[in-house]
Ligand binder design. Structure first.
Ligand code: ADP
Ligand code: MG
Length: 738
């Protein structure tokens, strides 16, 4: 049937941008979904978690005790206990409306993965019962052949299995039409090699604990059984109306805009940071928080961030493993919840060029199972000495392994932040603050002395001051800052699993603590007092490590020059950073602490290279689609209109004058657009052969520059094409229409 002419005309003139705006203007959102007068916060917290309290109430006493020993001290779980735990867990989950269970794991895509199994088991008599065995709890075997393994598995040995991590409690995730019992797991190959982010994290925590306890024993803390890395990740994100996102292929497929001219108003007024939160956004945030409370995630703060439509959520810190799981969960809940409010949560590191991107400040410290923060300057000279030892260990660790910290935060997305004109720089350095820096300088100069009584040393004063907590404002440019009682690693990207960066932090810290413990133990054994041994050891370490300490402006050109003189690496992008994974230094380190085998490191090197190449390829393909099917047709329509208008002028006998130049310049832009499209197309179709890394390198060197050229032309056209023809929601609309 022929299409009536009217509808053809309508299709040709309807503009997806206008449509989006008018839908947003008339949308009614259901904002009041939770009433905190009837739903009390403290009852909400952990309501969907099979936590210690539930375990205690539901498990036979010996089973409960055995499970707690596994959770708190890492004692292997007795398999006979597993059946009892599984059965109690299942009953609890069914009461919470669960129909299925899943082993949740964290493959190297950086996301989480899951496969659901029903609790239902047919009895063979036409009926069925709900069943869940210890075996099903402990181990799962997803068909995981499609997850990246970086060469660890050939397809014929593609099996991987998931292993229950009892230290991260199971929970029920609610969804319409039945909830799911979620069991956090590690994901390993049949040969026991790590295919995920959790396995090495657990190994690195073990290494850190073992080494830190040696120092604690020297200080006489014989009660401590375990030391945990503690982490509090501050998560930045954007919320954009879904109608805008649906009209932009780049946001849908890449999570960032590949075109988009600068808005007349950006973030220069600084009227957004800590500003009043828009009502719909606040409703969404409160909903996210309520969901996370139910899941036992201790979210604490929320506020507007620097860029328009950018926000932050931060939890109270937890042990590193739990913090990592909870951050993954938080990102998941944020994305799901945003949809309920007609919003899309963008977690990409740089969704919009020209305004701030998003990061994740990874606050990191170490804590004993008796509750002491090892990076908290204490109240006595004895505590101070211990603090100084751990603090110097971290400084040494960062000074020795800056490349590993850098590569732990490297991705195509984060390349737009690190090394670009934005916080923080790609050069890894440590900010200590004036006071602590001064103390470290004194120690280096030999000011650390043991006291006459043979007790612990002093540094000019007998008790160290409490260091001010740097709220981040005093030196936002430092990638690694001491903030009172913890270090804040600020280079992590918003979309990252914090697993990777913390594996590196834990392992390099373990190595330095090991080094210090070995020297102190030997000195004490040879008859020195501990105080003297410390006073003898620390100055040399600081001398060798101080090159990494920098309190100034990390953006400045002077710093870049100075850092080079100091011999600090400046790995500007992912391709520069990735080779650090397979350097001898890295193999040695991770093998020594049993965190990664050589094969596991090689596999990661391949996977991160592949990820980079794939990301750039998807972006380039998306750009081509947009340029050809959206920007070019809009430009041609304008050109036709323009030309028709000039012909009419000419027919009327009017001289077109300057207007003719306008048309000529438009035609030239369109020519350039054609050219840039052809060049990008050529570049992505001639990637050549080679290993994953050389492919990735090709994408950086040959494809990215073509994308940049195409973008400049596209953005220029956006500024001259008539508003009613331009199809893509603009920055000024996406960021400011709420
Ligand atoms: P800000 O950085 O805005 O000053 P805070 O210093 O209060 O805020 O905390 C930022 C994050 O650091 C929070 O998630 C907090 O729980 C976390 N944090 C605080 N103490 C520690 C610690 N000892 N170990 C790890 N994270 C911590
Ligand atoms: Mg902070």
């Amino acid at each position: 049937m022929p299409i009536p002419r009217r509808s053809i005309v309508h299709m040709a003139t309807s503009n997806p941008r206008f449509e989006a705006i008018s839908r947003i203007a008339t949308a009614k959102h259901e904002l009041g979904r939770i009433d905190f007068r009837t739903t009390h916060l403290k009852e909400l917290f952990g309501a969907n978690v099979f936590n210690e309290e539930e375990q205690k109430a539901r498990l036979p006493k010996p089973v409960f005790k055995a499970l707690q020993k596994t959770i708190k001290q890492g004692v292997p779980l007795d398999p006979t206990v597993a059946d009892a735990v599984a059965s109690a867990m299942k009953d609890w989950a069914l009461e919470h409306g669960a129909t299925h269970y899943t082993h949740l794991f964290q493959p190297l895509t950086g996301l989480t993965a899951e496969k659901h199994d029903s609790f239902l088991t047919p009895t063979g008599t036409g009926k069925a019962i709900a069943q869940f065995s210890g075996k099903e709890l402990i181990q799962g075997e997803p068909d995981a052949s499609s997850f990246p393994s970086g060469g660890i598995r050939a397809t014929f040995e593609a099996r991987g299995y998931t292993a229950w991590d009892p230290t991260s409690p199971a929970y029920v995730r609610e969804s319409p039409n039945g909830s799911t019992l979620v069991i956090p797991t590690a994901f390993v190959s049949w040969t026991g090699e790590a295919l995920d982010k959790k396995t090495p994290l657990l190994r690195s925590m073990e290494a850190l604990s073992t080494q830190a306890i040696r120092i604690l024993r020297l200080f006489g803390h014989n009660d401590v059984q375990k030391v945990f890395a503690t982490v509090g990740p501050e998560q930045e994100y954007f919320l954009i109306d879904k109608h805008f996102v649906y009209a932009r292929p780049d946001l849908i497929h890449c999570g960032r805009t590949l075109f988009g001219a600068k808005p007349p108003k950006g973030q220069e007024m600084e009227d957004q940071y800590f500003g009043t939160i828009p009502e719909r956004v606040l409703a969404c945030m409160a909903d996210v928080e309520a969901e996370l409370f139910k899941l036992g995630v201790p979210v604490k703060t929320r506020h507007n961030e620097v860029a328009p439509s950018q926000y932050e959520i931060a939890p109270i810190f937890e042990d590193c493993n739990l913090a990592t799981d909870h951050n993954q969960l938080a990102m998941d809940v944020m994305r799901r919840t945003a949809e309920k409010y007609g919003l899309v949560c963008l977690l990409h590191e740089k969704p919009f060029a020209g305004i701030n991107g998003s990061g994740k400040h990874n606050n990191w410290s170490m804590s004993t199972d008796t509750g002491d923060n090892l990076l908290n300057p204490g109240d006595t000279p004895h505590d101070n000495a211990q603090f100084l030892v751990f603090c110097v260990a971290v400084i040494r660790a960062v000074a020795r392994y800056p490349e590993l910290l850098r590569v732990s935060v490297a991705s195509a997305g984060n390349d737009h932040r690190l090394g670009a004109n934005e916080a923080p720089p790609a050069i890894i350095s440590i900010f200590l603050g004036d006071q602590l820096q001064d103390i470290m300088e004194q120690i280096e100069a030999g000011a650390l002395k043991s006291t006459k009584q043979g007790g612990f040393m002093e540094v000019g004063v007998s008790v160290l001051p409490k260091f001010p907590k740097d709220a981040g404002d005093r030196n936002r440019t430092s990638p690694f800052a001491f903030t009172g009682n913890k270090f804040e690693f600020r280079a992590v990207g918003s979309f990252f699993s914090i697993g990777g960066p913390n594996v590196v932090l834990n392992t390099i810290a373990a190595e330095s603590i090991d080094y210090i413990a070995t020297h102190l133990e030997a000195a004490v054994k040879s008859g020195k007092t501990l105080a003297q041994a410390i006073a003898d050891l620390l100055p040399g370490i600081l001398k060798e490590s101080k090159k990494v300490i920098f309190n100034g402006d990390g953006y400045s050109a002077e710093w870049h020059a100075a850092a080079e003189k100091r011999g600090l690496p400046n790995l500007k992008n992912t391709i520069d950073a990735i080779p650090a994974i397979i350097e001898k230094k890295s193999f040695d380190l991770f093998a020594k602490y049993k965190v990664f085998s050589d094969r596991e490191l090689n596999s990661r090197y391949n996977i991160y290279s592949e990820n980079y190449a794939k990301t750039i390829n998807i972006e380039a393909q998306t750009m081509l689609v947009m340029a050809r099917s959206m920007i070019l047709p809009a430009a041609m329509r304008f050109q036709a209109e323009y030309a028709a208008s000039l012909s009419a002028l000419k027919a009327a006998g009017v001289d077109a004058g300057v207007q003719l130049n306008g048309l000529k310049s438009l035609a030239l832009q369109i020519e350039k657009l054609h050219g840039a499209i052809a060049e990008l197309d050529h570049a992505i179709n001639h990637a050549g052969n080679g290993d994953a890394y050389s492919h990735a390198k090709y994408m950086r060197d040959a494809v990215l520059p073509k994308m940049e050229t195409l973008r400049i032309i596209g953005d220029h056209l956006e500024m001259i094409i008539p508003d009613d023809i331009w199809p893509l929601p603009t920055y000024r609309e996406m960021l400011f229409i709420k």
